[in-house]
Design a protein around this ligand. Structure first.
Ligand SMILES: [Zn+2]
Length: 118
């Protein structure tokens, strides 16, 4: 191989390396920019919609029901439950229901019905 051919080969390899490095840096920067735009958009949406009724858009307030803090809209009387809150309410209601039925059974039978195991 001639000196000129060696030079051309060296430049070709290094140009490919430079181009690849520049492309990776550009792709990384684009990915960071997209992530920042998405995070900014998510933040904007959160600020715009936080504690606003998904049905009518009015401001919601937090109220406590069955020892669970739920979001309540005074305008349309809608409620919004966070993850797990429905289960908490159902469990609380189930205990209250069992307690109520036990009280009624106790009152009607004069305490002759034994308390079932839960
Ligand atoms: Zn509402």
């Amino acid at each position: 191989m001639t000196v000129k051919a060696n030079e051309n080969e060296w430049f070709k390899k290094h140009e490919i390396l430079l181009i690849t490095t520049a492309r990776r840096a550009r792709e990384r920067k684009e990915k960071e920019t997209r992530a920042k735009v998405e995070a900014d958009e998510a933040k904007k949406l959160r600020e715009l919609h936080w504690m606003h009724c998904p049905k009518c858009g009015h401001t919601m307030e937090t109220v406590e029901k069955y020892d669970v803090k739920i979001d309540f809209c005074r305008a349309c009387e809608g409620i919004f439950l966070d993850r797990g809150e429905l289960e908490q309410i159902l469990i609380a209601q189930d205990s209250a229901r069992k307690s109520l039925f036990r009280s009624i059974a106790h009152a009607l039978t004069g305490g002759k019905i034994s308390k079932p195991d839960d």
